[in-house]
Design a protein around this ligand. Sequence first.
Ligand code: SF4
Ligand code: SF4
Length: 191
Amino acid sequence: MVADSWIGPRVRFSCAQCGECCRLYWVPVTHRDIERISHRTGLRPADFTAPIPKSVVGEWGLPSFLLDDGEHYLILRKRLDGFCVFISPEEGKFRCAIYDARPLTCRFYPFVYISGEPIRFELAEDAPALCPGIGRGPTVSFGSVARFAVQREKELEEYKALVNRWNRLVLSGAVRPSFEVYLDFLLSPPP
Ligand code: SF4
Ligand code: SF4
């Protein structure tokens, strides 16, 4: 998958900072996303991530890790009102407090991509009804987001390898399958 090979719809978009996508969705993250956020904020990964059970949310097509109560995905925490913990409301706008270090997943909405060559971008199914940014601003050029799609696919492969290693350790009884230990493993995997 190469970043300069992409196709996408001809559509105008400029984020209206309504915050709806940051309220509605769970944001899956990888070890690289949490490294960047920790570096940017000084927060411990346990302060802004959580495990979400696969039995509750279903198949996401992402690596799931074992804890003592089954398979989970790694996500950003939410506030009680449903917004991501990093939302920053200000004068009626909902800004991202970690914008330059936000997870790669956050960089695509209201579009989704299908990996391949070329990378194909499409409007997310719910976006026309949900996102007031569509139809505002200039026609989207997908060059810069295509770069993030390539990066995300690479980091997902790394993450998948880590998750596979973790799951093997859990199944062999070599680690305590707690979320705390999983986060330590992700950020300092044993050689
Ligand atoms: S729903 Fe659209 S306009 Fe609102 S914050 Fe998300 S991308 Fe921006
Ligand atoms: S990290 Fe930022 S862009 Fe992503 S969901 Fe949270 S507030 Fe929104």
